[in-house]
Design a protein around this ligand. Structure first.
Ligand SMILES: Nc1ncnc2c1ncn2[C@@H]1O[C@H](COP(=O)(O)OP(=O)(O)O)[C@@H](O)[C@H]1O
Ligand SMILES: [Mg+2]
Length: 601
């Protein structure tokens, strides 16, 4: 850049200098010419009449050539000498055509020897004599290498001689060289000055630009920074940038104030998942240090152990929006309940620049809900106890009356008849207590990777004696089902309870269709148990999971309660629905990985 600038400036200067030199040389030569001609004109005028008039006055009109030359020299010599003195360096004189002789040549101190000499035939003076026109020549002549201006002396229309003035060209060349030197020196000095000034100017520009660059870099992180210490045009630019930063700061402080005044927490991340912003609500709620988390990966800084799936990250990756999702929030060792939403972030040009998460702490609301839930549970427990009392009292009453009957004397036959009845009632009481215990406290889970299709087949085998020949099974298993992490014993219990219900719902004959599916996106296995049984009355649908709710004479009402208990302890889900063709469909969802809790934040 600077080299280019120097070239752009120096080339025109050099061209200008060259032409100046040419013009100066020419004008110097012109000036010389003028001077020399001027001198010849003076000589012409000084002569007044003609050479013969001088000779006549001296009475030498008919004298010999030598005398004539001498007389003319005496008459005119002092004048040519005084002209030569007035213009140092020049030689002046008269040439007389009639005499074919130089009659004076001043300064005579130098040129007296040339007086009386005739010019050679090739001398340009001959041309002047012949044509009567001024001649200026540069070349070797009587005096040597000279510039010679010759002016014809014309009297009565006749050329009677000429006057000349010359100057040694060496003198002229010396003067030209001197002038050239001055021009070169001026040019050189001028260029040097320009280059120095340019370098200085550029240096200043570069320093200023560097200052602006550094200032802008600092501003990137802190809009309170200002670019200072720059003057001139770049200083004005810096001032404008400062004003702009001020403007942005004002605009931003408004939005930041809004953000910081919000009760809801706001976190934003860039497209790489690094935290870009957190409002005061987050900082207070999670007690985080802003400096430690800004520009750091969100997952790592907020969820140290990293086993959690984040729905902010999901929004970032897929663009899916979440609205008002309630969840446990385990960030930074805190255990909160929050309600949160997330969406992608776009800049003013519509470019995707990250994602934003907003959430509010609903821990208190959840606590109240849990209180209500507990109260509900207690009342449910009351209902359950009543159920237990009722269920157990029935077989106990039966046993008591059977034993009383046997006490009052009885036959062997009667004993044979009643003992099995007593044992049946005891078994029934025992079964109720067993299921109740299982419901209250299921055995400790032993989680293993299990082939669910296989486990369902084993469970079906168990039901064969009960199902007899009235039920036909259809299996539609997903063949690529991965092993899922569950307790196989507990799930066998689940499948048996569901199958028993279906078998019991089928009166004479029917079908049970079992389907297994893989939901890779959610990391779940889905199972459908569909029967062609009697279905469930709509009004009873919300009671079927209640302990002791049963529609059967021999039922305990604990089967589905146990099913639900086991499935929720595996972070899964279960629900029943009537299907149009008349039966019931039980749907079960189980996460493939038991350890990966789905916390979507
Ligand atoms: N497949 C089904 N078809 C019709 N009704 C069902 C089915 N599964 C469950 N139910 C209803 O749900 C009730 C509760 O079932 P459950 O908890 O297993 O207790 P139980 O089988 O001892 O009655 C049943 O009494 C029945 O009314
Ligand atoms: Mg049952």
């Amino acid at each position: 850049m600077i080299v280019m600038t120097i070239i752009f400036i120096t080339v025109p200067i050099l061209i200008f200098g060259y032409f100046t030199k040419l013009i100066a040389e020419e004008s110097l030569l012109n000036e010389k010419e003028k001077k020399l001609y001027g001198v010849t004109n003076i000589l012409d005028q000084y002569l007044q009449q003609d050479f013969n008039a001088i000779l006549k006055e001296k009475g030498a009109l008919h004298a010999n050539r030598q005398t004539k030359i001498k007389i003319l020299n005496e008459a005119l010599g002092h004048y040519t000498d005084s002209l030569a003195t007035a213009y140092p360096g020049i030689g002046v004189g008269y040439y007389v055509k009639d005499l074919q002789a130089i009659v004076t040549y001043g300064p005579s101190s130098e040129h007296s020897d040339k007086v009386g000499k005739a010019i050679e035939p090739a001398h340009p003076g001959n041309l002047v004599l012949k044509t009567g026109k001024d001649q200026i020549v540069v070349g070797k002549q009587v005096r040597g290498q000279i510039m010679n201006a010759m002016h014809p002396v014309i009297r009565n229309g006749e050329v009677i001689g000429y006057a000349w003035a010359n100057e040694l060209t060496m003198d002229i060349e010396n003067q030209l060289a001197k002038m050239d030197r001055i021009i070169y020196i001026c040019l050189g000095l001028g260029m040097l000055l320009i280059i120095v000034l340019l370098l200085k100017f550029w240096n200043k520009v570069l320093v200023d630009i560097e200052l602006v660059k550094q200032g802008l870099q600092k501003m990137k992180y802190n809009l309170n920074e200002r670019i200072v210490g720059i003057h001139g045009e770049i200083g004005e630019i810096a001032d404008e940038v400062n004003k702009m930063a001020e403007g942005i700061l004002n605009a931003r402080s408004l939005s930041e104030n809004v953000m910081d005044s919000m009760i809801d927490s706001v976190i934003t991340v860039d497209i790489n998942g690094n935290i870009t912003f957190m409002n005061k609500a987050v900082i207070n709620l999670l007690e985080v240090n802003l400096d430690e988390v800004i520009d750091k990966p969100y997952l790592k800084s907020m969820f140290n152990d990293g086993v959690f799936k984040s729905f902010l990250m999901k929004t970032l990756e897929t663009g899916a929006n979440y609205v008002g999702v309630e969840m446990e929030y385990p960030a930074n060792g805190k255990h909160l309940y929050i309600s949160s939403s997330s969406s992608r972030l776009f800049d003013s040009a519509g470019n995707f620049i990250g994602a934003v998460l907003t959430f509010k702490d609903i821990t208190e609301k959840k606590r109240l809900e849990q209180q209500v839930y507990r109260a509900d549970k207690l009342s449910a427990l009351g209902v359950m106890m009543a159920g237990v009392a009722h269920e157990i009292r029935n077989p106990l009453t039966a046993i008591k009356s059977l034993i009383q009957y046997l006490q009052e004397g009885n036959t062997e036959d009667e004993r044979k008849e009643f003992y099995p009845l007593i044992i049946k009632e005891v078994n029934r009481a025992n079964k109720i207590i067993e299921e109740l215990l299982y419901f209250a406290r299921p055995s400790d889970a032993h989680i293993l990777p299990v082939d669910v299709n296989q486990l369902i087949k084993e469970s079906i085998d168990f039901t064969k004696s009960l199902a007899k020949n009235k039920v036909k099974y259809h299996l539609k298993f997903e063949e690529n089902l991965p092993n899922i992490e569950i307790d196989p014993e507990q799930f066998k219990q689940v499948f048996l309870n569901i199958l028993f219900n279906s078998i019991q719902a089928i009166e004479n004959s029917g079908e049970i269709t079992i389907e297994s599916l893989l939901d890779t996106e959610q990391g779940m296995v889905v199972l459908h148990f569909t029967d062609t049984g009697c279905g469930i009355k709509e009004e009873n649908l919300d009671k079927i999971f209640d302990p002791f709710y049963t529609s059967k004479i021999e039922g305990t009402g604990l089967g589905l309660a146990v099913v639900q208990r086991i499935i929720t302890s595996h972070k899964g889900d279960v629900w029943l629905q009537n299907i149009q063709s008349g039966g019931v469909r039980v749907t079960i969802q189980i996460p493939i990985h038991f350890s990966k809790r789905e916390v979507m934040m």
